[in-house]
Ligand binder design. Structure first.
Ligand code: NAD
Length: 691
């Protein structure tokens, strides 16, 4: 036998142990071994029944998705299921850890299922834009109530073993040795109980039930095709014989696997796993312990960052210059937690525990013993350098000094210390306790173990850490500047904020750019533009944004910005006065307004991102195109079904993207478009950013 599965007979029971780490992915070799083992058990007259078991961590994580889109070797899981159905000896799945996707389908092919406490069961295929394609949609509603089956499959959420037992998916919870329990279970004269022979568990009229379910799922699925296809398969399970239902499932699966949505979601799945791989920092690089942290600056960001540490159970000192600023910061944290308690998503007890982990300190000296400090003070080089000089003198050797700067040069900050190797950037996104993205900025001198520690810490804080090199704006904001620039040029040419926003929102962005500026505060961009005007006087920027700022229309916080806001409301209302300002400005600069199509709005804004992304990639600021995609997917509301700006450009075709940019070069402010050499080269070679 090969090493991906093991076969043995114990007390007349065949024990088939899957051994394909890390998650017992059902790849070609493992499926072949399962098939052979089942046949062997069937053919051995001394065997009375069989157990399929995995490891304590994973029964099976399901199909090996690296094999998607590639020719599959036989037998496929379908045939393994058929062999399970053909068995004349009782078959039990012994589930430890998790049984997901194809893993749960394998378990559903067994006559019985026993599970360890705390194991998890689920069919998460929908999260990859597909559906359970090996009979899952047909078997699950035959063993648990239809409404629960539909919920499990359309949300992709897992359920714990105890819930699975209540629903009938699991027959027994085994406390203690799982294999022993499974063997004992089988020795109690179990009959053959094939799920395929059962009727779907649905009382009442299927037509009325599914009409209602379709309505609900259509609302929740926001344009993704998979959830509704799953409902169609579940309806087939209720109304058609098993084999007919399986055909429906197969057909719909094939259709989904080829959709752009599914390709994008699968790209995202792999992209996420790539982010932690840093070519010159091996995965076994020793990390420094982070048992005690400190955050300096109890403002918007510092408060949120302190919450991240407390949420992860790491004690954190929060420092500010005055007692008043500290009190305000702590009050804001308390308010945030209290709102979560109010919503029922946190218990009062947990809130108290988290608050107890955050200790306000008015004196910097009190953080001396911290293993890591995150600085989140004002965005000024002199203030940051002064603080880092103090930290250098104060902190114990080996402590990591991190800065949350969003635009300043991390190397220049590090240069204020005698230990630049211990300095790193941790660029959190606002609100820091909510947003998943964390850009980990690797300075020129950042030590490898400091980088490895910060990446690991990011995961501990439940973030998605992505490495960025040092440059103005790092990956995300540097690209955003080009997007912002195009959005403003579009206004100068004739579009309104509402038109630009609705075009991009319909395309899939979580929020249109102008609603986003109003939310973030228009004064932030204004400050940056003023700084840039000094640093790069030759730079062209759309002055139209200044006109709004000069009026003090800083956005939501001012009750007015690119839109109007009614008191207490965040709903943007198009503002005629803004339109008049725009129209006057066009006259002033001699631009005759033109009608701009939504497609052009999308191309200009999104290709501006991809073009700058290409530059970032070739400069080595980002390690790979998929990292750039993850930055946009987790930090900027980019729609997952578009896969990120680089993936989207790949899908459009880089030759087409290039042709559009060349066209824009002849248009309004065309000199602002310079083609990234990498884009030009890849387009010429017929290649992609994401290979
Ligand atoms: P903020 O003005 O809300 O808070 C800054 C806090 O730092 C204030 O409470 C201030 O009293 C305190 N402070 C100033 N100097 C200090 C010192 N020497 N020692 C101790 N405390 C000091 O600012 P913020 O929005 O939280 O931004 C903080 C940092 O995070 C900046 O570098 C900013 O660029 C960056 N950042 C901000 C955002 C955002 O959306 N606000 C996002 C990412 C990064």
């Amino acid at each position: 036998m090969s090493d991906v599965a093991h076969y043995a007979v114990r007390d007349g029971i065949a024990v088939i142990t899957m051994n394909n780490p890390p998650v017992n992915g059902l790849g070609n070799a493992l499926r072949a071994e399962l098939m052979a083992s089942l046949r062997k058990a069937e053919g051995d007259p001394t065997v009375k029944g069989a157990v399929i078991i995995g490891s304590a961590k994973a029964f099976s994580g399901g199909a090996d998705i690296r094999e998607f889109g590639k020719p599959r070797e036989k037998p496929d899981l379908f045939e393994v299921n058929d062999q399970q159905d053909a068995m004349t000896k009782p078959l039990v799945a012994a589930i430890g850890g998790f049984a997901l996707g194809g893993g749960l389908e394998l378990a559903l092919g067994c006559h019985y299922r026993v599970a360890a406490p705390r194991s998890q069961l689920g069919l998460p295929e929908v999260k990859l834009g597909i559906l359970p394609g090996s009979g899952g949609t047909q078997r699950l509603p035959r063993i648990i109530p239809m409404a629960d089956a539909v919920r499990m499959m359309t949300t992709g959420n897992t359920i714990p073993a105890e819930k699975a037992k209540d629903l009938g998916l699991v027959d027994e919870i085994v406390v203690g040795d799982l294999l022993e329990g499974a063997i004992k279970f089988l020795q109690q004269d179990r009959s053959i109980r094939r799920i395929r022979d059962m009727k779907a568990k649905l009382n009442g009229d299927p037509e009325a039930f599914f009409a209602q379910v379709r309505d609900k799922v259509a609302k929740e699925s926001r344009g993704y095709p998979a959830p509704l296809e799953i409902v169609a398969c579940a309806a087939a399970a209720a109304t058609l014989p098993f084999d007919e239902g399986r055909k429906v499932e197969r057909e719909r699966f094939q259709r989904l696997v080829n959709t752009v949505e599914s390709k994008a979601l699968r790209h995202m799945f792999f992209a996420e796993r790539q982010t932690s791989k840093i070519p010159d920092v091996p995965e076994d690089t020793p990390v420094r312990p982070v048992n005690k942290a400190a955050v300096i600056g109890a403002g918007t960001m510092g408060g949120g960052i302190a919450m991240c540490f407390a949420n992860a159970g790491i004690p954190v000192a929060l420092v500010d210059t005055t007692q008043e600023a500290l009190d305000k910061g702590i009050q804001r944290i308390k308010g945030n937690y209290a709102a979560t308690v109010e919503k029922g998503r946190l218990t009062q007890d947990d809130m108290d525990k988290r608050m107890a982990l955050i200790s306000p300190k008015a004196d910097l000296k009190e953080i001396k013993g911290a293993d890591l400090v995150v600085e989140a003070v004002f965005e000024r080089m002199d203030v940051k350098q002064d603080l880092f000089r103090k930290l250098d003198a104060l902190m114990q050797p080996g402590a990591i000094l991190a800065t949350n700067t969003s635009t300043l040069d991390v190397d220049e900050i590090a240069a204020a210390t005698k230990r630049p190797a211990d300095v790193v950037g941790t660029h959190f996104f606002s609100p820091a306790n909510v947003m998943r993205l964390l850009e980990v900025v690797r300075g020129r001198n950042t030590a490898k173990d400091v980088l490895a520690t910060t990446m690991k810490l990011g995961k501990t804080l439940k973030k998605l850490p992505v490495v960025s090199g040092v440059c103005d704006g790092f990956i995300g904001n540097r690209m955003l500047e080009k997007y912002v620039q195009q959005s403003l040029f579009l206004l100068e040419e004739g579009a309104t904020p509402a038109q630009v926003d609705s075009a991009l929102q319909r395309w899939g962005m979580a929020m249109g750019p102008f609603a986003m500026y109003d939310m973030a505060g228009n004064d932030i961009g204004w400050e940056i533009r003023k700084r840039r005007a000094k640093e790069r006087p030759d730079m062209v920027y759309a002055k139209v944004a200044d006109l709004i700022c000069e009026k003090g229309w800083f956005g939501q916080k001012a009750g007015r910005g690119w839109y109007r806001y009614e008191k207490g409301s965040r709903k943007p209302i198009p503002d005629e006065e803004v339109e008049r300002i725009l129209s006057d400005y066009r006259k002033e600069i001699g631009v005759k307004p033109r009608k701009i199509a939504d497609d052009e709005i999308i191309e200009r804004c999104i290709f501006a991102l991809a073009n700058e992304g290409a530059r970032i990639l070739e400069e080595g600021i980002a390690l790979r195109a998929s990292d750039i995609d993850m930055v946009y997917l987790t930090g900027y509301g980019f729609p997952p079904y578009r896969g990120g700006p680089m993936f989207y450009a790949d899908q459009v075709g880089l030759d087409k993207v290039l042709a559009s940019i060349r066209r824009f070069q002849d248009g309004y402010q065309g000199s602002q478009w310079t083609v990234a050499p990498l884009l030009a080269r890849l387009a010429k070679e017929g290649k992609r950013f994401n290979s």
